[in-house]
Design a protein around this ligand. Sequence first.
Ligand code: AMP
Length: 287
Amino acid sequence: MFYFAPFILFIFKTHTELSVWLREKKSENKTIGFVPTMGALHSGHIALVDRSMQTTDATLVSIFINPKQFNNASDFEKYPVTTTQDIAMLEKAGCHAVYIPEIADVYPEHLPHIALELGMLNEVLEGPKRPGHFDGVVQIVHRFLNIIHPDKLFLGLKDYQQCKVIEALIKKYFPVIELVFCATEREASGLAKSSRNMRLSEAGRTKAAEIYKVLKDISLQYKKTSLENALEAAKAALLKKDIEVEYLENANANTLALTNQWQEPGNNVVLLAAYLEHVRLIDNLQF
Ligand code: AMP
């Protein structure tokens, strides 16, 4: 006869409650995996949770829409909130705990501003397009890591530039935390999973599949033609599908320095931001 213990997902609203659970896990020598999110969870987020579940003893997810990382107030206000479904998804995934704080719990008065010299990382691509965004990301991730001190932090490569920013933060402030970058989860069509896809019409979702297709095409053109030609052909193909490119660039995958020269194999990353049906989509491909 088998008995299955009922599964419990701990839900914490404050860092004080969370700290009790964390202390208990650490006193039992359990390793902690942390997956920060802004909610509206989809299978891309759950892939990070699964990875944490496989490689750590206790997985903690945060759901917090961080006001500091929105350069556009209406974007912040419109961000989807689907907490009940999120909790159901985390329960189904077997996640151990979720931290869903209020703003005051995360940003108490007099919390010092964290300085991090991002240099190039903030000067290209999302940096100038979303002023203040990465500073907001730095503040929230520093605050969470300072509360949690996880053994491993799981991030999605879908947000490639964000991965690089957080890598710089970890290097300076939390060198003992292991950073785990997880591959982008995609629809069967190739479209990167995103909570923003919900805002696309059926026809829009079909058109949006062109984004991954052109990223792959660019990688297939590697050294067969000039990078410039490959990028131009990609832009033209996107335009045919009504996808308005904000940027489409190749960068050195380590430094994110933009380049019009093919890099060594593995060191290219093509990054894109584009609008379709007024929805801003980002994606990238490393090769
Ligand atoms: P967000 O809730 O959008 O801030 O995302 C939380 C985490 O999930 C970030 O590390 C994202 O990079 C990651 N993520 C979002 N979409 C995907 C995806 N399609 N595949 C893998 N990771 C993702």
